[in-house]
Design a protein around this ligand. Structure first.
Ligand SMILES: C[S@@+](CC[C@H](N)C(=O)[O-])C[C@H]1O[C@@H](n2cnc3c(N)ncnc32)[C@H](O)[C@@H]1O
Length: 318
């Protein structure tokens, strides 16, 4: 396993104590997500998924690709009535609410943003699932939960904001019950060094636009998960899907530039710039996107059952 060369934000993070780094993440990461939800409603799909969709053809729309991702996550997690699900970095509730509406689980979300929490809870009430949805504003490292208290832990587009990955995987492994599932959908660097990771463009995304990001190599993340005691069941490459997702988001920023600027001057430019750099990185595969599924002990759903291309009736399903 080749360890990823550390970028300048990571080197700074290593000079902080774990408590200082946690405070740093809490402050600088939350800032992006505290922007008005109306802005994100103009850019993202109707459930406000702020992570890649799953495209099976480049001419699909964003709504279809995100709907397929929700359905795929539901299929992989196979949540049974009464099972407890923790969504770490739940955003405005995209996956959390989809899963609450389509299963009979009990859902717990955490986010660093109070505004995201309010919006997710508002949507939970509208969807009639508020009695099974609980959301706190909390950093994952502040969770004090009983061991073996969850059946599923989900990170979609959120683990990249967390520096202290090895410890986080140990925490997750402790939280999971036997047959518990961990699902991650996020960005990685290829093990082979491609592109300039110390560029102004990288700093712009990792520091100025998103506060703090740490991209590992896939093999590093998988090793942390395995060493924490979980088994890796399935890994899929969603890199080209993320390039297409970002393309749709950029089109939406362009279309709504005037309205976004009226709410938050300068924010449409920030979104367009960071999304453009990210899109090019995924298109050139200087950054990669993976969905990882791991279990504590025997898997509940055999990965051989997963559909690679979903049946036509799933198209547009929400
Ligand atoms: C890109 S958004 C993804 C939102 C959502 N999972 C989705 O797929 O739509 C990242 C989320 O991670 C949350 N987050 C980042 N670092 C966190 C941490 N250390 N603890 C808890 N939540 C965190 C942010 O507040 C935000 O809600």
């Amino acid at each position: 396993m080749i360890p990823a060369a550390h970028t300048h934000p990571e080197r700074e993070a290593m000079e902080r104590s774990p408590a200082e780094q946690r405070e740093h993440e809490r402050r600088v990461v939350a800032e992006h997500y505290q922007h008005d939800v109306e802005i994100f409603s103009m850019v993202l799909d109707s459930r406000l998924a702020y992570a890649t969709g799953v495209f099976v053809s480049p001419d699909e729309d964003l709504e279809t690709a995100q709907a397929r991702k929700f359905a795929r996550i539901q299929a992989k997690l196979d949540i049974q009535p009464g099972e407890r699900v923790l969504d770490v970095g739940c955003g405005w509730g995209s996956n959390l609410l989809y899963l609450a509406e389509h299963t009979q689980g009990e859902f717990f979300g955490i986010t660093l943003s109070e505004r995201q929490r309010e919006e997710a809870l508002r949507r939970a009430r509208l969807a009639g699932v508020a009695d099974r949805v609980h959301i706190d504003v909390k950093h994952i490292e502040d969770l004090a939960l009983e061991p073996a208290s969850f059946d599923v832990v989900l990170f979609s587009g959120s683990i990249v904001h967390m520096h202290n990955r090895e410890e986080i995987h140990r925490t997750v492994a402790r939280l999971l019950r036997p047959s518990g599932r961990l699902l991650i959908s996020d960005c990685y660097y290829p093990a082979e060094h491609r592109g300039d990771r110390e560029s102004t463009a990288t700093d712009y995304i990792f520091v100025e636009a998103l506060g703090y990001c740490r991209l590992l190599h896939l093999s590093e993340e998988l090793a942390f998960i395995e060493r924490a005691g979980l088994d890796i069941c399935h890994v899929e490459d969603l890199t080209s899907s993320y390039a297409l997702t970002l393309e749709r988001w950029i089109d939406n920023v362009r279309k709504n530039r005037r309205r976004i600027e009226a709410i938050s001057p300068g924010f449409s430019r920030l979104l367009q710039q960071y999304m453009t750099v990210a899109k090019l990185s995924f298109a050139r595969r200087t950054a990669l996107e993976y969905m990882i599924l791991a279990t504590r002990g025997r898997p509940r759903v055999e990965s051989a059952w997963f559909p690679i291309v979903p049946p036509a009736h799933e198209k547009g399903a929400r």
